[in-house]
Design a protein around this ligand. Structure first.
Ligand code: COS
Length: 383
């Protein structure tokens, strides 16, 4: 099904989109459901994605990236999520939440040291901000980093780290001062002493991606691994999450599109009352509404992506895109099951997976309530 907005793309963006779509249909689609059911991380797919340049699309060639723009990257996340939302978030968390802060805030040495392996997919990245008492309220971070000679010693624990179980490199946020927002970011490697993976979450959806607890017991981090300035880790996280939210918006768009495309196919094939159910207005209206939701979210995501490419402030626009796209994904996945009827409730069709996967997009990288708060504050001001 042609997407009506392709005319806005450059030739390079179209080529990338086609290449990713082909890769996703050939390599990801056939194994997506089985991997998801078995909570299996798609290691070989991520390796191949790395070889194709998909783990570092929007980063300069000199650090091992593909040298393309953010619009291209978000298009790729949507194409992949169309077939497997777990793979979509693995790539998005790696690229937006781990590579982006290193590229944006890192020293030249840090970029040279970490980016080539991350952008080529040889290593996987993760971002550890959330804690048991610091979910929406990120600045309530309890994990503490204290300076000891030429090292930082970090103690605490983190929750819900996407890619946590497979990642080699973590962007870790810890408290470095009393003031509520006095947090700092560190580049932590999984082999650093005192670093441990804790509980792996069993989730409703996106089960091929890992969601891990991270335990930090006197982890020794060399001082050169401080990322950005001391005490500026909260802002670094918020800026990083602005980009991450566009990754999740793109993932949600992929789920919405999958729901629509599968529904159209099914409604053309399913015969009831001696005709395809696509003949019924009840079905047609659902599909029309799904498409309007999808394209509204696509336009918002597109605008914010272009703003990111232009170096503009796009916090509000990213929040709007994520809010709308996650609601579109939920709406479309719900309708997709309705159109599939009882079959949609079984594992014989993919729509039950889309429905389970869609829900997380309203939760992670800022709940829908946090997106509304960001949007409202930017309009009204902080009261
Ligand atoms: N870009 C740049 N700076 C930002 C920013 C952004 N997107 N968001 C906030 N800041 C800055 C503010 O400008 C403020 O700076 P000054 O102290 O210089 O004025 C500082 O950060 C503190 O901001 P604020 O007072 O708004 O912080 P709050 O503690 O009230 O938190 C929310 C704001 C709730 C919006 C923030 O904590 C948030 O986004 N929470 C959700 C976190 C999240 O998405 N978690 C998901 C898990 S991540 S895997």
């Amino acid at each position: 099904m042609g997407v009506d907005m392709d005319f806005l793309l450059t030739e390079e963006q179209k080529m990338l989109k086609d290449m990713v779509s082909k890769f996703a249909q050939e390599k990801i689609a056939p194994v997506a459901s089985e991997n998801e059911r078995n909570h299996r991380f798609p290691k070989e797919i991520i390796e191949e994605a790395g070889e194709l340049g998909l783990m570092g699309i929007a980063y300069p060639v000199k650090y091992g990236g593909a040298g393309m723009d953010y619009v291209s990257y978000f298009l790729a996340v949507e194409e992949i999520s169309r077939w497997c939302a777990s793979t979509g978030v693995i790539i998005s968390a790696h690229s937006s939440l781990a590579c982006d802060p290193i590229y944006r805030f890192g020293t030249e040495e840090q970029k040279q040291k970490y980016l080539p392996d991350l952008l080529s997919g040889k290593k996987i990245g993760s971002f550890s901000l959330t804690e048991s008492s610091a979910g929406s309220d990120s600045s309530n971070t309890r994990t503490v980093a204290r300076k000891d000679g030429k090292n930082w010693i970090i103690n605490g624990s983190k929750l819900f780290a996407t890619n946590g179980n497979e990642a080699d490199v973590f962007i870790l946020i810890a408290r470095t001062g009393e003031d509520k927002h006095n947090l700092s970011a560190f580049i932590v490697e999984k082999d650093m002493p005192g670093y441990k993976i804790g509980k792996l979450e069993k989730k409703l959806g996106i089960r091929s991606s890992s969601t891990a607890e991270i335990i930090l017991e006197d982890v020794v981090v060399p001082e050169e691994n401080l990322l950005g300035e001391i005490g500026k880790g909260f802002k670094l996280s918020m800026i990083t999450l602005d980009g991450g939210r566009l990754g999740i918006a793109s993932q949600a768009l992929g789920i919405a599109r999958a729901s629509i495309e599968d529904s159209i196919k099914y409604s053309r094939e399913r015969i009831q009352f001696e005709q395809p159910i696509a003949n019924f207005q009840a079905i047609q209206w659902m599909i029309a509404d799904m498409w309007v939701e999808y394209e509204s979210a696509l336009l918002l995501t597109w605008r914010a992506s272009v703003m990111k490419d232009k170096g503009m402030n796009y916090s509000r626009e990213a929040a709007m895109a994520k809010l709308k796209a996650s609601e579109a994904a939920m709406f479309c996945a719900n309708k997709a099951i309705q159109i599939h009827g009882g079959y949609g409730f079984t594992e014989d069709f993919n729509v039950e997976r889309y429905y389970r996967d869609a829900k997380i997009t309203e939760l992670y990288e800022g709940t829908s309530e946090i997106q509304r708060l960001v949007i409202a504050r930017s309009l009204i001001g902080k009261i």
